[in-house]
Design a protein around this ligand. Sequence first.
Ligand SMILES: [Zn+2]
Length: 311
Amino acid sequence: MKKQFAAAVDVGGTNTKFGWVDSAGQLYGSGSVKTGEFSTAEDLIHRVYLELQDLINFDETEAEICGIGVGAPNANYHTGCIHHAPNLDFAKSIVPFASIFTEISGLKCRITNDANAAAIGEKIYGKARDMNDFMVVTLGTGLGSGIYTGGQVLYGSDGMAGEMGHTCLIPGGRKCGCGRLGCIERYVSIGGLTTTFLEVSEGKKGELRPRQIQALAEGGDQDAIQTYRLTGEYLGLHLSSMAALFSPEAIFLSGGLAQSGEVLLSPMRKAFEDNLLTHHKGKIKIELSGLKKQKTALLGAAALAFSSFSQ
Ligand SMILES: [Zn+2]
């Protein structure tokens, strides 16, 4: 049988990364372009496909390309479109990204949002291979979530379900990029942590990045410890509500902020356990993703292609 490959593309506000992945999750060559250099989706896709073709020489007697998987913000699995993505200049309206990719490459293409792609990656290549009910929560610039229920990704009626980041944590709280107030994404994310530290320290220690705040916390700085404690408690409390809704076997955390260590994870676990329904207590694991941080997005996008197109 021929070896199967998928092209994986991760569209981000700053960089669009791409590469080839085989069905065992091995990454063969990767590259990236600056997303902001392209004013239309057509221009971006032409360039990405050109570079993908240069990355690897397939011997068609031994290898077969099953399709293209794309992870992107505000991507709709059902329609193949990117809808009004605030951080993507080419997608201020609705852009049929998957069908443009197919037109240009002649390959089948599936698209979903980056957190759903991370969840599919966890299912195919990570720690959730034997699970049917789990969540992946990505903690970075924003807070994303991908939810598996009954062995399927939860897409909802319109293909856009699973947006835990835009569920309300604090009524009337911080203004979110989605236009609403108090979304958990404004509290449990890189920017959220920075803002909480500014509030807790009353601005006396300046605007610091999470890494600097983490170093302060590890050195015993009470403001920094309090900042991580609050952030962990917000996340743990909110995940306990998600557990009541979806009854997952496990919740996996990925993204830069998930790497903060016990200063974040310990208060998060305590708030989670304290607020779980009695019948869930002690049964739901929270762990770090089984995928390497730098590869999560591309492995997730490839897993989307394999799960959609592979025989
Ligand atoms: Zn929001």
